[in-house]
Design a protein around this ligand. Structure first.
Ligand code: TRP
Length: 451
């Protein structure tokens, strides 16, 4: 199949790619997972480790993914195959696609919880508490299935629109709206009683909490939040123009992802303490913050309910925001297997989106009725799976394709890189630092499991 820029699809503008990639990065990972992991892991101590992971490992891997993608103009399997004949190359791509499919199958359920809560808020304030709690029940399998299927149908309809018309248009509109809603909500929450306690927990580090578990969790979170390790950015990179500066764009994407996660913390953690001030139980028996996965969904609605009429507006806005952030992420998760089917099996975009999307929808229905699977799938395919994918990508790019070839590709759009300090620094990062740190974290985690 001919894969010129025209026939394959491409971003319309530099900003178009940055927004789409930031849209992929910013999602439930930032607003749902990040604040709860911070709360679970000693507040600011987690943030410090997380930031190190994002900039020392995440950013170099992101540049690596973008460069392979743009060089080959292919999906992760095709892209890695085209830079190396070694068997590990297509295996890395295939592992990535598997991780993406499995992540999407539970991500849809959480995204479905989010959209369900839009209705929960509306019915609660309309004076129908029973209907409201049906929409809000996290273990309501039927409701979960309906909402995750609806979410997938929305995702598929954007994907069938293609790259610039579908993905780029949708994210260009949604990203700015999202930031605006987030800021308004923070300003509001910080005026409420109890928010000061939350701020203290969020910003005061307790470094004694740092251990192997925390580091694995922070690293997994960095990969998940930046959408790295499974080839989403190989795929998005394959639509970038040769004139674009990959290092600069990757830096913008990383900064906006980290920035929005950090912002979301200013909303969620103070909000939890506002909820506590109004009588909601947020600590468990051991004095730790209550279960992280349900935090946003159990604590925040309570706060909205206690806010009076303003609460309906805030509640609907918040869950709408979370839903939008999730949509720009499910789009990128589905685009990866779809681009694989288009490139490698000559299937039309429409057929691929419906066929693969439909299959993942079935998986999501299974997860809908068994929400305990979410934690298991998250552990295998994101916390472990993504850094593992990132490790393999850095080895394939650094040693098999070689970092010199990659820098040659990056220099298109950034001719100065060859003579700047960025080239040697990135080379060391991708060949030495990333593989060693990821490997070490895995070994320490395994060790702490058994001893
Ligand atoms: N980054 C998204 C979030 O934070 C999730 C996501 C989208 C993702 N695409 C991905 C995670 C690709 C890993 C790989 O919610």
């Amino acid at each position: 199949m001919v894969t010129t820029e025209q026939s394959r699809g491409s971003w319309n503008s530099k900003l178009g790619f940055i927004l789409a990639a930031a849209g992929s990065a910013v999602g439930l990972g930032n607003i749902w997972a990040f604040p709860s992991k911070v709360a679970d892991n000693g507040g600011a101590a987690f943030i410090v480790v997380y930031l190190i992971c994002c900039f020392i490992i995440g950013l170099p891997v992101m540049v690596a993914e973008l460069s392979v993608g743009r060089y080959s103009r292919k999906n992760p399997v095709g892209a890695l195959k085209s830079v190396s004949k070694h068997w590990i190359a297509p295996v890395t791509g295939a592992w990535g696609i598997l991780c993406g499919v499995m992540i999407l199958s539970f991500y849809l359920v959480v995204a479905g919880w989010t959209t369900g809560y839009i209705f929960e808020e509306i019915f609660y304030f309309a004076g129908f508490p029973e209907i409201a709690s049906w929409f809000g029940a996290l273990d309501n399998g039927l409701k979960n299935a309906i909402f995750s299927v609806l979410f997938m149908l929305t995702t598929i309809s954007v994907i069938t629109g293609g790259v610039s018309n579908g993905i780029e248009k949708a994210t260009k509109f949604m990203m700015p709206v999202l930031i605006a809603i987030l800021v308004i909500m923070i300003v509001y929450v910080l005026t409420l009683e109890g928010s000061g306690d939350g701020l203290r927990v969020y910003l005061q580090p307790d470094f004694s909490m740092i251990n192997a578990d925390l580091v694995l969790s922070a690293m997994g979170q960095a990969f998940f939040s930046l959408s790295l390790g499974m080839g989403a950015l190989i795929t998005y990179g394959s639509y970038i123009s040769k004139k674009q500066n990959l290092v600069e764009s990757a830096t913008y994407v990383t900064l906006s992802d980290v920035g929005i996660a950090f912002l979301a913390g200013f909303l969620i953690i103070p909000a939890m303490y506002v909820a506590q001030a109004s009588g909601v139980e947020i600590m468990d028996a051991d004095g730790n913050l209550a279960a992280s996965t349900t935090l946003v969904f159990n604590v925040l609605p309570e706060m909205f309910h206690n806010m009076g009429v303003g609460g309906v507006l805030a509640g609907v806005m918040f869950f709408l925001l979370l839903g939008m952030a999730a949509l720009t992420s499910t789009i990128s998760l589905l685009e990866v297997p779809v681009s694989y089917a288009i490139d490698e099996h000559n299937i039309s975009r429409k057929k691929a989106a419906w066929g693969i999307g439909g299959a993942i929808m079935l998986l999501a229905v299974i997860v809908s009725f068994n929400i305990n699977l979410i934690g298991v799938l998250d552990l295998i395919f994101s916390t472990v799976g993504l850094p593992l994918g990132g490790l393999m990508i850095s080895l394939v790019v650094g040693y098999l394709w070689t970092s010199n070839e990659a820098i040659q590709e990056i220099s298109s759009g950034f001719p100065g890189i060859k003579d700047s300090w960025i080239a040697p620094l990135w080379t060391i990062a991708i060949k030495v630092i990333c593989p060693i740190i990821i490997g070490l974290v895995f070994i320490t985690t395994l060790y702490s499991l058994f001893f």
